[in-house]
Write a protein that binds this ligand. Structure first.
Ligand code: ATP
Ligand code: MG
Length: 250
């Protein structure tokens, strides 16, 4: 067990804290509690919304609604997609969201590699008083229209540096990496003023225009697969910090 570290399961708690920061909030998708009224509101504001459990894990029970036009949308889960009427068809989500607390999040139009969406994992650790970046990876989804990019759902980890140099909407890889690292540091610093934290696995995303977004902050991240695509120096840094803080990744 780690000291001075608390597992925060609620996505709304972590996301809500970041939404309260005047600069960092610009990199956080709009996020509200899920109910029918908010579903209506969010799908009228955004072409794509995500509906996911507040304390979810590994991409389970994540849904996406894509608005095609004023009257039609597509409701997708990990296994299936089908057309629904808008807004009437949104009631199909009610039995699902009645079982647990769900949140609705503005959908980010994820950058792609060979048309497959990817997001980014950044592991930040605080072995002593300051945060350091240890592991990074890009998690590329299995197929083109995938709803989630979780490695537990079949996505694959690749070296982040490499992906930034070859992805479909490639911009300046160094500038993008700088933004990713800067955002992860700022967010780790700010979140640890709100909660006692010593390790955070950030799910960040690039949209198709190259903007960096926050998706989720995991306070007990799985690192085994991510570790494999990192260089020796990063892996050693990760192992050393993990040992100091008594962190085991599964
Ligand atoms: N707002 C969003 N826009 C685009 N893609 C999203 C969004 N929210 C989630 N996703 C996709 O769904 C995946 C799972 O979402 P998220 O990381 O929030 O939940 P989780 O993985 O189930 O929870 P945890 O990260 O705690 O295990 C993300 O990695 C991403 O691929
Ligand atoms: Mg996740």
């Amino acid at each position: 067990m780690m000291i001075n570290h608390k597992i925060i399961r609620s996505k709304m708690k972590k996301t809500g804290a970041l939404l309260g920061h005047p600069i960092l909030a610009n990199h956080v998708p709009k996020t509200v509690w899920c109910n029918l009224q908010n579903l209506h509101k969010m799908i009228s504001l955004f072409r794509v919304i995500y509906v996911k459990p507040d304390a979810g894990h590994q991409g389970h029970r994540v849904f996406r609604v894509h608005r095609i036009n004023e009257h039609e949308g597509v409701l997708s889960s990990q296994n299936a997609s089908r057309k629904i009427a808008l807004p009437g068809g949104l009631t199909e989500l009610l039995p699902i969201i009645s079982k647990n607390q769900y949140i609705i999040q503005q959908g980010i139009d994820l950058a792609t590699l060979n048309n497959r969406p990817f997001d980014i994992r950044v592991i930040m650790q605080k072995p002593y008083a300051t945060w350091e970046l240890t592991l990074t990876s890009a998690k590329v989804a299995l197929k083109e229209d995938a709803v989630v990019t979780n490695v537990a759902r079949g996505a694959e980890d690749y070296p982040l540096n490499h992906i930034l140099q070859v992805y479909d909407q490639k911009q300046d890889p160094m500038a993008t990496l700088r933004e990713i690292v800067d955002l992860a540091h700022q967010m780790a610093g700010y979140l640890s003023t709100k909660f006692p934290l010593r390790i955070i696995g950030f799910d960040l995303a690039l949209d198709k225009k190259g903007k960096v977004w926050f998706i989720e902050a995991n306070t007990w991240p799985q690192c085994a697969r991510c570790k494999l695509v990192n260089d020796k120096v990063s892996r050693r840094k990760y192992e050393r910090s993990s040992k100091i803080m008594g962190f085991k990744d599964n």
